[in-house]
Design a protein. Structure first.
Lengths: 160, 592
């Protein structure tokens, strides 16, 4: 039986309801609703999924299924400085994995996680269209090219 | 209807437009192997995600092999179902599925009854190329009061998801994640216990592998039977006798009531009783409640709510507590027959044989998995001693009988013990959809009108249609009756009740398609709805053969009221035989 009790602020509940209503509470619009919610809240925690479930009358299991299927959606909040390492073919063959490993080690994070202080989050992506600069790392909007594992510590220092 | 001609394996057949290759082939007697596809024709249930690709065939002029479960026939189509290309593809698909599947068939709960195992056997798979280097996905096991999920054995056929969402509208299970991590799981991959699951067990009933199985309580029962300090009694639900024989090679629809009684006695139960007795008791209580509410309603009492809903199905009770808690005063407060039996056994019967309730162990044999959860509900215990200690399914009983080296086929016909083993035909028909309300009508009519019924077979209440209705003339009062089986159908009737549109006086709901005969604890039907029809016919046959067919004429029920309970709906009856319901809907709490 359902036992989790979820807590949201009234204004957040209102915002979710407003987003759902802007799509006429149409269950077919689930993905668009989720996009808008993520745009507003930054991520899609269980609480938001529960409200969307009630508004669109879709089982929350189905919503969770959609969110875990599409990698764009996330259930963990991104850090203040989201770090993305390109794992596309060009970056990969030029050692992106070693760079990623270094970030994991320095931050004590796995891909998809955020540091406890909310400062950094780690993700991997596929090709940012700058293969000439491989391997490429992005922190927020800033792009770093030809990154070697030794550069990782210095990059992180910029944000301290 | 527009028809088209197709040629399959050099044989031509004419089929209605829109027919799939798979079904057209079946018409020709060609069984294309299927794994994820499943159909219960009479119940309008079909699973066709075209996910497994075992059923691929070669269609002339097409580049790729076509999945026959979803590919529709076209005029003049030429299909080959077993070319070398097809056979190779099928084998490769199977090898891929098996490469990420545990190989513990010897100790798997589904061994011998597993469709994946059968398919591997049929395709003659003897090795899995690359097995040594292939990775295996792993997923934690989840055990709830009724159902075990072992996702390592899931092949993503999505039959359970279809049952849970499309048929039952419970929405507890969904495909989550992707690729290697894909699984069928509740929201946020929580345990089933924290989901909206009703434990109806229909997911277990259709799972082709050992990914979804029941929690086996046979070891606890065995321990109780071995304890000389305990008196162990057993009750058997109506639908069990109509299906148990299938697991001993008998034709579906063979009644094994007497043989089952003998087998239970041979297993060591001290008394073999019948849940049908408690079903008769349920009718006395529920029927009285119906007439009371009806009379008050007709006299203008606004507090008397109609329709009254039956409450003997625990999956259904879980469903309305989760989805319709605002209507929780609408169902009858009568406990289910299983729980009425337990309450009477641990008071009336324990007193009769002079032992304390703690030394009496009550076991139930049920076609149902929700019954396992039901008997564990807190309100059905006294000082931590359950009214019904253990509930085992028809499948578990069959396995238990086999372990004891008993062949059901060769047993004498036994008789239930007295007094809790005596029942009428009205109790038996609880096992099929429409049966509870038919039993209630037989008693309520005679009590309400004071007249004898001229006929006892209310065939208008029987059948497999998902939602049915009938009007029975109660001597000038037209009583409107609704029936739903399958929770999705129940939801339709409940929505009408909620919006005030319902015209029914009484509604019967069974969570499982077909009623208890199609329960989650029954022998697996493997997608053959003829089996369910045969079981229903057996139930009505047993009813016909009974000398007494009306609950209120059961002499042992009459005696129980005289000696112990007083009158139906008396204070004592209320205390022992009635219950209350809880609001289990998830709440969204607003942070201040």
């Amino acid at each position: 039986m359902s036992s989790i009790k979820i807590e949201l602020r009234q204004e957040d509940v209102n915002k979710i309801k407003e987003i759902c209503a802007s799509f006429n509470n149409d269950p077919q619009e689930l993905i668009n609703v989720l996009h808008k919610c993520q745009e507003h809240f930054g991520y899609l925690p269980a609480e938001i999924q529960e409200v969307v479930s009630q508004e669109l009358v879709i089982p929350v299991a189905k919503i969770y299924g959609v969110i875990t299927f599409y990698s764009f959606f996330t259930m963990t909040p991104k850090g203040k400085h989201p770090i993305s390492i390109c794992m596309g073919t060009a970056c990969y063959v030029r050692g992106a994995e070693k760079v990623l490993d270094e970030f994991k080690k320095e931050l004590g994070l796995q891909v998809g996680q955020t540091t406890k202080d909310g400062k950094f989050s780690l993700s991997s992506l596929r090709c940012v269209g700058a293969c000439g600069l491989a391997p490429v790392v992005m922190v927020g909007d800033k792009t770093y090219g030809r990154v070697a594992p030794d550069d990782v510590r210095n990059i992180l220092k910029e944000y301290e | 209807m527009e028809t088209i001609k197709v040629t399959i394996d050099n044989k031509t057949v004419e089929v209605p437009k829109g027919t799939t290759i798979n079904k057209a082939a079946r018409k020709l007697g060609i069984d294309i192997p299927v794994l994820c596809w499943m159909e219960l024709h009479d119940l309008n249930i079909e699973n066709k995600p075209a996910g497994c690709r075992i059923c691929v065939v070669e269609v002339q002029g097409r580049r790729n092999l076509a999945p026959s479960c979803v590919t529709k026939c076209e005029e003049g189509m030429v299909v080959k179902t077993h070319t070398t290309r097809v056979l190779n593809a099928r084998r490769t698909v199977m090898e891929f599925i098996l490469s990420d599947h545990p190989k513990d068939c010897l100790i798997c709960a589904k061994s011998g009854n597993c469709e994946l195992q059968a398919m591997a056997h049929q395709l003659g798979i003897r090795e899995i190329p690359g097995q040594e280097i292939a990775a295996m996905s792993t997923y934690r096991k989840d055990t709830s009061p009724s159902i075990i999920r072992d996702l390592d054995k899931c092949i993503m056929c999505r039959r359970c998801e279809m049952m849970c969402n499309t048929v039952q509208t419970v929405g507890a299970l969904s495909a989550v994640n992707r690729g290697f991590m894909a699984a069928v799981a509740p929201a946020f991959e929580q345990n089933l216990e924290h989901s909206t699951c009703t434990y109806c067990g229909q997911c277990v009933a259709v799972c082709p592998t050992g990914a979804l199985t029941e929690v086996d309580h046979t070891p606890e029962v065995l321990r109780a039977l071995a304890d000389p300090a305990k008196t162990v009694i057993v009750q058997t639900a109506p639908a069990v006798r109509a299906a148990l024989g299938e697991l001993f090679g008998m034709e579906p629809g063979t009644l094994v009531t007497g043989k089952m009684v003998t087998a239970l006695r041979a297993l060591g139960f001290d008394y073999v009783f019948d849940t049908d007795f408690a079903a008769d008791l349920t009718i006395m209580e529920e029927g009285t409640e119906l007439l009371d509410r009806l009379t008050r309603h007709l006299n203008g009492d606004k507090t008397a709510r109609l329709p009254i809903l039956t409450s003997c199905c625990p999956g259904w009770v879980n469903f309305f507590e989760e989805y319709f808690p605002d209507l929780k005063d609408v169902p009858s407060t009568a406990k289910s027959p299983q729980q009425m039996f337990g309450a009477v056994a641990k008071t009336y019967f324990a007193d009769k044989i002079g032992i304390s309730r703690k030394d009496l162990v009550v076991v139930s044999i049920m076609p149902c998995l929700a019954k396992k959860y039901e008997c564990q509900r807190e309100e059905f215990s006294v000082d931590n001693n359950r009214d019904v200690d253990f509930s085992i399914s028809t499948r578990e009983l069959a396995a238990f009988i086999k372990q004891a080296n008993i062949d059901l086929n060769n047993l004498e016909e036994g008789q239930f013990d007295s007094p809790l083993g005596e029942s009428t035909g009205a109790g038996v028909i609880f096992g099929a959809t429409g049966g509870v309300i038919e039993a209630a009508v037989r008693t309520a009519y005679e009590v309400y009108t004071g007249k004898k019924l001229s006929r006892l077979d209310f065939t208008e209440l029987r059948g497999f249609e998902g939602v049915r209705s009938a009007t029975i003339d109660f001597d000038g009062l037209p009583l409107n009756i609704g029936i739903a089986h399958g929770l999705g159908n129940a939801r339709k009737l409940l929505n009408d009740v909620r919006s005030g549109k319902s015209q029914f006086h009484a509604i019967e709901v069974m969570a499982c398609p077909g009623g208890c005969i199609g329960g989650g604890g029954q022998p697996l039907h493997h997608g053959d709805s003829e089996i369910l029809k045969a079981r229903a016919a057996a139930i009505y046959k047993e009813d016909k053969n009974k000398p007494l067919r009306k609950s209120h004429e059961n002499p042992f029920i009459i005696k129980l009221y005289e000696e112990f309970l007083g009158k139906p709906n008396s204070e004592k009856a209320h205390h022992l035989l009635h219950t209350k319901y809880f609001d289990k809907k998830k709440k969204i709490i607003v942070k201040q």
